[in-house]
Design a protein around this ligand. Sequence first.
Ligand code: AHG
Ligand code: MN
Ligand code: MN
Length: 335
Amino acid sequence: MTHNVSLTRYLIEQQRDNGRITPQLRLLIEIVARACKRIAINVNKGELGGVLGSLGTENVQGEVQKKLDVIANEVLIEANEWGGHLAAMASEEMDDIYTVPNRYPHGEYLLLFDPLDGSSNIDVNVSIGTIFSVLQHRDGQEVSAKSFLQPGCEQVAAGYCVYGPQTTLVLTVGNGVVMFTLDREQGSWVMTEDKVRIPEDTKEFAINMSNMRHWAPPVKRYIDECLAGKEGPRGKDFNMRWIASMVADVHRILTRGGIFMYPWDKREPGKPGKLRLMYEANPMAFLVEQAGGAATDGRQRILDIPPTELHQRVAVVLGSKNEVERVTAYHHEAA
Ligand code: AHG
Ligand code: MN
Ligand code: MN
């Protein structure tokens, strides 16, 4: 493909030619992309920028915050609060929503993010990312946490930026999935993939195998069958990858297919899963479906789940369509 489409051009064309996005949404995406550039600069400096290590504080989920979790969160808020495109923001790193201060104009969009995904990989120089999801503030009421509690199918845009060997921004506005690579010399996002498609079949799975003894029977059955390889019921050998950054695992799946799972397990039976619905599972499910893949919680489509809490957790099965449908069928059979 020719590398002559910038993010700005793509967004202007989505606005002008297809009426896909409004000027406010275009501004929002440009600003998130700019914030990701700033986060990338911090990530790349690493120890030289004094950004590695923990802060010693905990977020609302009881996880120790790394310095970069907090830096990335601040970068996203500062970049987005003044533009007039947002009513409020919500983040993994903030207990409550962040309403745009009254000194700035308020807009019609709600932005959710996981500012730094894959925090356990920061200090060991492995790929990490930023995930974001955009909803509309529709109800006309004063914005509150409740305004955010819309199912994933209501998202008007979603994406992530992966900080890896390359810095890549992956985006959907509901019209397929596109990828932009950061050109550091020019400081611009250049389109490097315009029709991302996930193959329907795969021989590659991603799951944290150390939790195997805690899984529910349908998940155990699926992985056992993969592990049995050529001689087993699947009749083919499978390969495994687990990066422990959802962004990086999903990026691999959008690039060459695969299935990603973070299932419920019996260590904490009351907890549906580890990943968060609103700013991890929903945006990734939107991207994966837009690329021809599927995403469920083992039973139902993630994008149809009616949220009840901002920081709600969910089991996640996503990626190549036929494999996700198989895992989902195993759950239904077991029930
Ligand atoms: P975060 O760093 O935003 O808390 O998210 C980490 C998530 C996700 O990115 C990854 O897939 C998963 O946690 C890894 O979990 P394990 O360490 O349990 O494998
Ligand atoms: Mn995360
Ligand atoms: Mn995070």
